[in-house]
Design a protein around this ligand. Structure first.
Ligand code: FES
Length: 320
């Protein structure tokens, strides 16, 4: 996937659903059906800001059975580098955007005997679409949704309609919290757990599941966060013969794209492996922030994932 493969869409509805979250509905600019997807899929929204192009991933929350539009929820991030503010402040009904085709890196396991879904805040969005897929299947499920307070609980009516008594809500303001040990210590064999939300929640679920002997293949997580910042550095692209400066607040991939060179991507979060790039030469340290390369691959210094990884060096040459 790269930007030459994007689709044009029009914003057809915007709703403020909590003080921090807006709900956007997007339809194909040509009026046709949008590409099919399954619950857990995300799209990359390409936003042309005045100073930079933002490309942010958002989970599709609409029903996979409806392809006349896509729906996404966008939380205004305090520490935003511009993408969520652009979505909140600049988009209007009728605005035109480019999006990348849906990709699912957080799908439901088809042979799971049970599904345990755990969401924190805006992390509820992929589960909204997955509830539609779960309604079609026979495996039981339960959904645990933790939020700051009732006014911050987005899409509650829709969740209650779809999940009914399988939905369990936890409000920080009421001192309610998920009993991770209780939840993950007593599930039937063949259960899969899925978690989406802040890094602390994801790490807690992964650590608890490991402690109770869950196989890694039964623990699924999705985290969308801005690429890590770091020191500025320069990179030379050997195939396209370009020198690119990477400032502290822009990722290696964003800087290369800003120089007009396309890098393939799916997740832009260091998970899918699609952007894996060969390192030809470097004279310092590669800062690997991805979850894709093995420890041995990282220490070999031969590969880098430019969507999230950086370098501390004076010379870096990539095969791009
Ligand atoms: S785009 Fe997925 S790992 Fe970089």
């Amino acid at each position: 996937m790269n930007d030459s493969q994007t689709l044009a869409v029009i914003v057809t509805a915007i709703e403020q659903v909590t003080p921090l979250i807006k709900h956007f509905t997007l339809a194909a600019a040509d009026g046709g059906a949008l590409p099919a997807f399954s619950g857990g899929s995300h799209i990359i929204v390409v936003m042309q800001g005045s100073l930079r192009t933002h490309r942010n991933p958002y989970s599709l929350l609409s029903s996979p059975q409806r392809l006349d539009s896509y729906e996404i929820g966008v939380r205004r991030m305090e520490e935003s580098r511009g993408g969520s503010h652009f979505m909140h402040d600049h988009l209007k009904v009728g605005s035109r955007l480019e999006i990348a085709h849906p990709v699912n890196l957080f799908g439901l396991d088809k042979v799971a005997r049970k599904h345990v879904l755990i969401a924190g805040g805006i992390g509820i969005t992929p589960f909204l679409a997955q509830l539609e897929d779960l309604a079609e299947g026979t495996a039981p499920y339960e959904l645990h949704y933790a939020v700051r307070s009732p006014e911050h609980a987005a899409f509650i009516r829709r969740l209650q309609d779809r999940a009914g008594e399988r939905l369990r809500l936890y409000y920080d303001t009421a001192d309610q919290s998920i009993d991770f040990d209780g939840l993950l210590s007593a599930q039937p064999l063949g259960t899969h757990v899925y978690v989406c939300g802040p890094a602390g929640l994801i790490n807690r679920v992964i650590d608890t599941a490991r402690r109770f002997g869950w196989p890694d293949s039964h623990v699924h997580w999705e985290k969308f966060s801005a690429p890590p910042v770091g020191d500025a550095f320069d990179v030379f692209l050997a195939r396209t013969q370009r020198s690119v400066h990477v400032p502290p607040d822009r990722s290696l991939m964003e800087s290369i794209e800003a120089a007009g060179v396309e890098v393939p991507y799916l997740c832009r979060g260091g998970v899918c492996g699609f952007c894996e790039t060969r390192v030809i030469e470097f004279d310092g340290e590669l800062v690997h922030n991805d979850h894709f390369l093995s420890a041995a691959e990282k220490s070999s210094g031969k590969r880098i994932m430019p969507c999230v990884s950086r370098a501390r060096c004076t010379r870096l040459v990539l095969d791009l």
